[in-house]
Ligand binder design. Structure first.
Ligand code: AHR
Length: 530
């Protein structure tokens, strides 16, 4: 990795317990169990965008690429192994341009569409409602449908819900049966629009709230299928949006979304996924960690309006957003994924764990071939697939799903990251610094009674040993895996698929019922403590 003038400064190596050369002291409070970590925090997002659907999840039954009823076999199996809890579809911005009736019935009779948001690509609608909902059944995950408010009608949305979920003798259920599906699907999560402040209609929060109320009126729960209704929430720092929706929509929604990308801004270059210097590296981690402040502020507004915590905050788009890989199709958002992205994943998941009482779901953008994906497939259609470092974090973190959150006290050295580095639009006025601790940890008690502990050391050069005291628990065994690589810009490609891959980890030691962990620079360690 190239070095350049470091604008990042190391702040106080603070806390009484830290001094150069000493082990860092930390405490896991197994005696102060918090809320259950919602498995939906490990949710995924699949949009009709670039090759996420076509070429990623779906190749069609006639493809040379091995498939199961049209679903790409290698991708399907990799996702199955991840035990993904929920999959969002069909967008994103695409959702407010999508007319679901074009994607049902015999494939040869489905009209094609122009994907207006993403490169003007022509799609044949061969992946529609049946293909999506059947995939969710095969993956054993909850579907999360985003409905079209921006360019759709109330009738169209109401009929979609009926088509998917009615088991009665209703017109839409009859149409579904004609199209080969007898039983209704179970659909819980339903988004009423997406980014209504932008690509979903450029609305004001007041206007959108009225639209939500109108659309929502006609989305009828069919039989036992009860919709969890999600309003199109704020982007990043737009607290007013949350305030207005909490006030005007209130308990007509069960969830409100939030979008937060680790991105340098919406105009101009966002920087390369794999070519970055030390400053850009720390900048990205600082920006990623700022999601905690953002969640806290949205949560405070929600706590005020909904003190019982009935309405969930759903971070249904998050992750890194870099420049597209050179030579790929403009507008398809195909980017590589380095060890730096793995850190963004781990640090963000740690934050979601901490706020799991309000954060009911999170959906990383996106599952295959788009933005911070789990999986990349070869864009030339040669049939190659590779798991990204981000995939490995999700896989290593699976024990956190449904485990009970345990607070961890860990004081770390902090890198101060200049906000002005990328001339972020939002912060240009008050270019200051945001903190990036070098060490982070998250712990939880799993359903079998063991403790899962994830520790991340994002330092470029400093190994650290952390002594974890465990209050209210006596550790008898410890085992784990580590994700690391020589450089933070290392990544996996089709010729070198295992550059960044988990390995067994042996550097955790038991000390009188507690655990001491040596965490090398640039690494994520996930331990099972019994
Ligand atoms: O994930 C890519 C795009 O980012 C989504 O379509 C949109 O909702 C957001 O702006």
């Amino acid at each position: 990795m190239k070095k350049k003038a470091i604008i990042v400064t190391i702040a106080v190596a603070f806390s009484l317990s830290v001094s150069a050369g000493d082990n860092v002291k930390a405490t896991i409070h197994a005696d102060q169990a918090g809320a259950k970590i919602n498995r939906e925090i490990y949710g995924q997002f699949s949009e009709h965008l670039g090759s996420c659907i076509y070429g990623g999840l779906w190749v069609g039954e006639e493809s040379q690429i091995p498939n199961i009823q049209g679903y790409r076999k290698d991708v399907f199996e990799a996702l199955k192994a991840l035990r993904i809890p929920v999959l969002r579809w069909p967008g994103g911005c695409f959702a407010d341009d999508y007319h679901w009736m074009d994607g049902i019935g015999p494939k040869s009779q489905r009209p094609s569409l122009r994907n207006n948001n993403w490169g003007g690509t022509i799609e044949d609608n061969s992946f529609g409602t049946h293909e999506f909902l059947n995939l969710c059944e095969m993956l054993n995950c909850e579907p999360y449908i985003s409905g079209n408010v921006g360019s759709g009608t109330v009738k169209e949305m109401a009929q979609w819900v009926e088509y998917m979920t009615s088991d009665g003798d209703t017109p839409m259920a009859r149409l579904r049966r004609q199209n080969g599906r007898e039983k209704a699907w179970k659909v819980k999560y339903f988004g009423i629009g997406n980014e209504a402040w932008g690509c979903g209609g450029n609305m004001t929060p007041e206007y959108y709230s009225d639209e939500y109320r109108k659309f929502n009126t006609y989305l009828r729960d069919q039989g036992n299928n009860k919709l969890y209704r999600i309003a199109s929430g704020a982007s990043d720092y737009d607290y007013k949006w949350t305030e207005v929706l909490m006030d005007r929509i209130g308990n007509r929604m069960q969830g409100i979304s939030l979008h937060y990308y680790t991105c340098s801004g919406w105009d101009g270059s966002k920087g390369s996924a794999t070519k970055f210097d030390n400053d850009q590296y720390y900048w990205a981690l600082g920006k990623c960690l700022e999601i905690e402040e953002v969640i806290k502020k949205h949560k405070a507004i929600m706590d005020k309006a909904d003190p019982e915590g009935k309405i969930g905050l759903l971070v249904d788009e998050w992750g890194t957003w870099w420049d597209e890989e050179p030579g790929t199709i403009a507008g398809h958002l195909y980017q590589q994924n380095a060890l730096r992205d793995a850190f963004v994943a781990a640090l963000s998941l740690n934050v979601f764990h901490k706020y799991t009482d309000r954060v009911k779901m999170a959906n990383i953008a996106q599952v295959v071939n788009v933005l911070q994906s789990m999986i990349l497939t070869d864009q030339e259609g040669t049939g190659h697939m590779v798991l990204t470092p981000t995939y490995h974090v999700f896989e290593m973190y699976t024990p956190f799903m449904e485990a009970t959150y345990l607070p961890v006290d860990l004081k770390s050295e902090i890198v101060q990251v200049s906000k002005a580095y990328f001339k972020e639009k939002e912060d240009a006025k008050d270019a200051g610094y945001r903190p990036c601790p070098l060490l982070s940890a998250s712990a939880a008690k799993t359903t079998d009674g063991s403790i899962v502990l994830a520790v991340t050391n994002v330092s470029l050069d400093k190994d650290q040993t952390i002594d974890f005291a465990i209050e209210g628990y006596t550790a008898k065994t410890v085992s784990g895996r580590i994700l690391t690589s020589k450089e933070v810009d290392d990544f996996n490609d089709f010729n070198h698929p295992d550059v960044v891959a988990p390995k067994d980890y042996k550097d955790a030691k038991l000390k009188k019922g507690n655990v001491s962990v040596k965490v090398p620079a640039k690494s994520i360690v996930v331990l099972t403590i019994k």
